[in-house]
Design a protein around this ligand. Structure first.
Ligand code: OAD
Length: 248
């Protein structure tokens, strides 16, 4: 990490009251959750269209569920890392703080973050394909695949957003509202290629917010940021937290 850039980011954060954060799979990488597009990314090993689309579920719900049940099993024993922990602490450090995530792993909440805006849903939640009711089922592995709705007997599906599906309009509207009303936005551990999440920093910048990005690799967002901190969020966020406390 470049010390001057980290100081610039800390100075920038010390001057603002309202901060919004957008996270992606990279923030959970140091906890051991696989990312999607990296070297060992899930989309390198599996074809999204056979596992994460409504058509795939229509065609073979058991196969889709086996994949999600496997991912639930990977995530179940995993603990939040120092990056998640700093973000949980920061919700009480700033007058206004919001956390918007593309992750479905629930690790921000496990670290203590409240009221996380989950753009792509949550892998621990199941939704009835007939009634639309959502329930939280932590059991892993699930005893029956596909699981069925206890009230109507229809298949339950993972309460996550699949390719070709729209995000929940209320969740998306809230994410844009929070982005457009923050003074600084941190974009952490996302390849910034999946829409509409990738548009949030641009909406924030248009509304006057400063943009800080944390990622070991540059992304399509990087040229548009005010500060780019190259490195891992589990290391950079604790360092930024120390600098911020010295500055504030
Ligand atoms: P990606 O897998 O596309 O990108 C992960 C990003 O994290 C990359 O830019 C990495 O360089 C970065 N990264 C890796 N290790 C890191 C670390 N220790 N600290 C910080 N950054 C690190 O994941 P997302 O951008 O989250 O959607 O993917 C967006 C969406 O695409 C996902 O929510 C998922 C996927 O298809 C759905 O399933 C709907």
């Amino acid at each position: 990490m470049n010390d001057n850039l980290a100081s610039s980011a800390a100075d920038l954060l010390a001057r603002v009251d309202r901060v919004a954060v957008v996270t992606g799979a990279g923030v959970s990488a140091e906890s051991g959750v696989p990312t999607f597009r990296g070297q060992d990314g899930l989309w390198r090993r599996y074809r999204a269209e056979t596992l994460a689309t409504p058509e795939a579920f229509e065609r073979d719900p058991k196969l889709v569920w086996e994949w999600y049940d496997w991912r639930r099993g990977l995530i179940a024993p995993v603990e939040p890392n120092p990056g998640h922990q700093v973000l949980a602490v920061w919700q009480d450090l700033f007058a206004g703080f919001s956390l918007i995530t593309q992750n479905v792993d629930g690790l921000h909440a496990k670290a203590g973050s409240r009221d996380v805006v989950e753009l792509h849903g949550n892998i621990w939640k199941l939704r009835c394909t007939r009634e639309g009711t959502v329930s939280e089922v932590r059991e892993s592995p699930l005893p029956q695949l596909p699981p069925v709705c206890p009230s109507c007997g229809a298949f339950l599906r993972p309460h996550v957003v699949w390719f070709g599906e729209s995000l929940d309009p209320a969740v998306l509207e809230r994410a844009f509202r929070l982005s457009e009303s923050c003074q600084a936005m941190l974009v952490i551990g996302t390849s910034s290629v999946v829409q509409p999440a990738a548009s949030l920093p641009f909406a924030a910048a248009r509304a006057g917010a400063k943009i800080v990005e944390i990622n070991p690799e540059p992304t399509p967002l990087t040229p548009h940021t005010d500060v780019f901190l190259a490195g891992r969020s589990g290391e950079i966020l604790p360092a930024l937290d120390r600098l911020l406390r010295e500055t504030r």
